[in-house]
Design a protein around this ligand. Structure first.
Ligand SMILES: [Zn+2]
Length: 86
């Protein structure tokens, strides 16, 4: 898939959908971005689950924000089918 320049990566919490951060690197190719993210060590399933390309060419990386990370650790029962009840 061709990526629109500049390469734009958004990090989004998979639980609360909050945008955690973003990176714009005109000098990166998609391969560079994947290398930085460590994607090459991920399984195909993890890759499909965690990375989405949206129609405008933004690469969205689904991860877990600090808040949800701590909340899930302290209250694992709050996690219902991957969604955190707040
Ligand atoms: Zn979160």
């Amino acid at each position: 898939m061709k990526v629109v320049c500049p390469l734009h990566i958004e990090y989004i919490c998979r639980h609360c959908r909050q945008k955690i951060g973003e990176v714009r690197r005109p000098d990166w190719s998609l391969a560079d971005a994947e290398a930085r993210l460590g994607v090459s060590e991920w399984t195909e399933a993890e890759r499909l689950d965690s990375i989405r390309m949206n129609p405008s060419g933004t690469m969205q990386v689904y991860t877990v924000c600090d808040y949800c990370h701590h909340a899930a650790k302290e209250n694992p029962e709050l996690l219902v089918e991957g969604k955190l009840l707040q």
